[in-house]
Design a protein around this ligand. Structure first.
Ligand code: SF4
Length: 308
């Protein structure tokens, strides 16, 4: 997909048609100038991706999903600070990460910069780099794009945020999210299968496949219970799943209860009990986190605590 796909741009479900090559910004907040907020080895991804040497994350500025509780709100907001890159800069960053020994190149919120990412992936493979490419996304996709991503990506790690269309409408202003995320996930699993290997210790980092992420939301346990049942029905109990407790309130949630608080231990336990009842075999869980340890600070040179 050449860079002309930015003009007009219909890369995501917002279908806003902005002429990004002419300098216009779409709903995602970005023109056709590639901008990243952060990059580096990340030790805080799920163990199959972090492994022992880290995941080579590249965080892009902007986002088309716009959850009001976004945990990366500093970089997903329109007008967020970031660094503009040429294709050669982008390639240089990727090669430096590979030379550091990371286990994968992890493209975080990649949809709206797909033409640039695709170009990079083609170039790296032509140079015989075999490192897995990881598509780390919000789950809010155009299903028609998934086969195009799958041509170049090895691993998909989509969120599945909402099973409840009304909740999706409230949070991202699009009640189609559950249907779009499900159809996209079907296509990802059909293209790549389940995560392989799935090693919760991280000693054997993943090379290919799909793992689904779900962040349990305060006051919305039923959203999670319904999602778990849906995933079990659709994909079976072997679907690799990361059930996350790390929700932290951000400034935009101050007046939006129940999103203004952390998840309680009881809420998380209810979801774990349901996952266990459904028999999920490849489940990654977290301790209940009452602090903001997982919230990155993109104003710092190292946004994630504990990273090298
Ligand atoms: S990627 Fe951005 S510009 Fe393109 S359709 Fe989506 S929101 Fe609009």
């Amino acid at each position: 997909m050449p860079l002309s796909a930015y003009a007009p741009c219909f890369l995501c479900p917002r279908q806003c048609g902005a002429d990004r090559l002419a300098g216009k910004t779409g709903v995602c907040g970005e023109t056709a100038q590639l901008r990243i907020a952060s990059h580096g080895p990340h030790m805080g991804e799920e163990p199959p991706f972090t492994g022992t040497r880290g995941s080579g994350t590249i965080f892009f500025c902007g986002c088309s999903t716009h959850c009001f509780f976004c945990q990366n709100w500093q970089i997903s907001n329109i007008g967020s600070p970031g660094r503009t890159l040429t294709a050669d800069d982008f390639h240089g960053i990727a090669v430096r990460l590979i030379r550091l020994g990371v286990h994968n190149l992890n493209f975080v919120t990649p949809d709206h910069f797909w033409p640039h990412i695709r170009e990079l992936c083609v170039r790296l493979r032509a140079e015989n780099h075999t490192i897995p490419f990881l598509f780390n996304s919000s789950g809010y996709h155009l299903p028609a794009m998934i086969p195009k991503y799958a041509e170049h990506m090895d691993i998909f790690m989509p969120d599945f945020k909402f099973s409840d269309p009304a909740l999706a409408k409230d949070v991202i202003r699009d009640e189609r999210y559950p249907a779009l995320a499900l159809e996209s996930l079907r296509l990802m699993v059909a293209a790549k299968g389940f995560l392989d290997p799935f090693d919760p210790t991280g000693r054997q980092p993943a090379r290919q496949g799909v793992l689904v992420r779900h962040l349990v939301l305060p006051g919305h346990v039923q959203n999670t219970l319904d999602l778990l049942s849906l995933l079990r029905d659709e994909f079976g109990a072997r679907l690799p799943l990361s059930l996350m407790s790390q929700y932290s309130p951000v400034p935009a949630t101050r007046n939006r209860p129940p999103f203004h608080r952390h998840l309680t231990a009881g809420e998380y336990q209810t979801t774990l009990d349901h996952a266990q009842r459904l028999g999920f075999q490849n489940l990654l869980i977290q301790p209940i986190s009452i602090h903001s340890d997982f919230l990155p600070d993109f104003n710092k040179p190292k946004p994630f605590k504990g990273n090298p």
